[in-house]
Design a protein around this ligand. Structure first.
Ligand code: E4P
Length: 218
């Protein structure tokens, strides 16, 4: 399963990329709005840093405008994946952009039938939002199971990109269900590094080693 960072912040992306754990990045208008500077420049820098797929979302709503905006976003860098919302116009734009060889991520997916329709029009990725489904008292991960089953049965090439991730538990479940990608806020990736037994274990290993060195030196 691939790991994407769900952020528009280069400072958060750089250390993850340097560690070699990052396969791509997803942004959205809310995330990019938090950053200062020219958004196209920011997206370019993110692409250069991660050297993998970087989702950049359109902010227009008609199919014609989304197609134009998508084409313009795709010119920023070869790594750009154009993100369109799941609306009738978004579906139409996805078909047009995909036919033009531009990779599309259909976002704001909240049902399996939405994901299926996006796959039918050539989406490279669908982004089901699991955390936002949990927020309204449903089990978001059930949607991932449904989409993975449908895509596997029909052998759709569209990748299931688990979005709106809130904790490492979502990551584990996504992996077990056969999702292709999980996109995580850097804070959730940070949580994956934490385990008290790792800290205690390392402290003991180093302590024992130091003791042995001190004894040998006597
Ligand atoms: C997906 O690409 C979105 O950027 C994101 O995962 C939304 O997550 P949120 O529900 O935490 O805003």
């Amino acid at each position: 399963m691939k790991l994407f960072a769900d952020t528009g912040n280069l400072k958060e992306i750089e250390p993850l990329a340097a560690m070699g754990i990052l396969d791509g990045v997803t942004t959205n208008p809310s995330l990019l709005a938090k950053e200062s500077g020219d958004y196209r420049q920011i997206l370019k820098q993110i692409c250069q840093t991660v050297q993998g797929p970087v989702s950049a979302e359109v902010v227009t709503t008609s199919a014609a405008d989304m197609i134009n905006e998508g084409k313009s976003l795709a010119k920023i860098d070869d790594h750009i994946v154009v993100k369109v919302p799941f609306t009738r116009d978004g579906v139409k734009a996805c078909r047009a952009l995909s036919s033009d060889g531009i990779r599309v991520n259909v976002t704001l997916i909240f049902s399996a039938t939405q994901a299926w329709l996006a796959a039918k029009v050539g989406a490279s990725y669908v982004s089901p939002f699991v955390g936002r489904l949990d927020d309204i008292g449903t089990t978001g991960m059930n949607l991932i199971r449904e989409i993975v089953d449908i895509f596997d049965a029909a052998e759709y090439p569209t990748e299931v990109l688990v979005a709106s991730v809130r904790s490492p538990i979502h990551i584990v479940e996504a992996g077990r269900m056969g999702a292709d990608v999980v996109t995580c806020p850097p804070a959730v990736i940070e949580q994956c590094f934490k385990h008290p037994l790792t800290d205690i274990g390392l402290e003991k290993f180093l302590e024992d080693w130091e003791k042995a060195q001190a004894t040998a030196a006597r």
